[in-house]
Design a protein around this ligand. Sequence first.
Ligand code: GAR
Length: 215
Amino acid sequence: MNIGVLISGRGTNLEAIIKAVKEGKIKANISIVISNKADARGLKIAEKYGIRGIFINPDGFSSREDFDRAVANLLEKNNVDLVILAGYMRILSDCFIDKFEGRLLNIHPSLIPAFQGLKPQKRAVEYGVMFSGCTVHFVTKELDNGPVIIQAVVPVLPDDTEESLSERILKYEHRIYPQAIKWYVDGRIKLDGRKVFVEKAVYGTVPVNPELEDF
Ligand code: GAR
C-alpha cells in the first residue's frame, strides 16, 4: 500500500508515522509528502528519511478546487492508496474528498465533536473543560467531523496553557495516529455509516479507546 501525507508545518506526526513504517510496524510505503507551505519543517523531515517531499504553492492557482486537483493528481501519479492529513491546515474542497473518501484520514487535537476547527487546545483551556485529547477520524465534507477511529483522553489542569495542553495531547497523537494507520493498512477497519469498528481491537480502555497495541 502506498501512503501520501499532506502537511503544513512542523511534521512531528509525519515523523512518528515515518518511524513506524521504518520499524516495519506499518507495512506500507510513504511515496510522497506534499506541503502547502514552502518552509514547513515537515519537508526537511521527509528529506532526512529519503522521502520525496514536494511544496505546491497555493498562490499559483486561481481557486481552491484547482489547487486541490493538482494535489490529487500528484497523489494519483504516485499511486497513493491512503491519504494522511498530518497538520494540514487547509480546508479540502468537495472534489478532493469525493476522490479519496474512505481512504482519507485526519488527526485533530480534541475529542471531536468538541472543539472542531482552529485552535482546539486554546479553546479547551479557555472553556474550562476537565478533559481533552485527540482523535483520528475519516475525513468527510463536514470539517473535523468524520467517523471516529480512535481517541485518547488527557486531563486539563488548572494552570494549563495552550502550549502545555498541546504538548500533553501531542504525545498521544504520536501513538494513536500510527496505530490507526497500521489498523487501516492491515485491513482491520470496518466502516458502517458514522460508526467505525476495528476488528479484534480491545474496546473499553482508558485513556485510549480502543486500546493501543503497537505504539
Ligand atoms: C497537530 O497537533 C495536529 O493534531 C494538528 O496540527 C498539529 C500538527 O503538528 N492538526 C489540526 O489541528 C488539524 N485540524 P505536527 O505538524 O507536528 O504534526
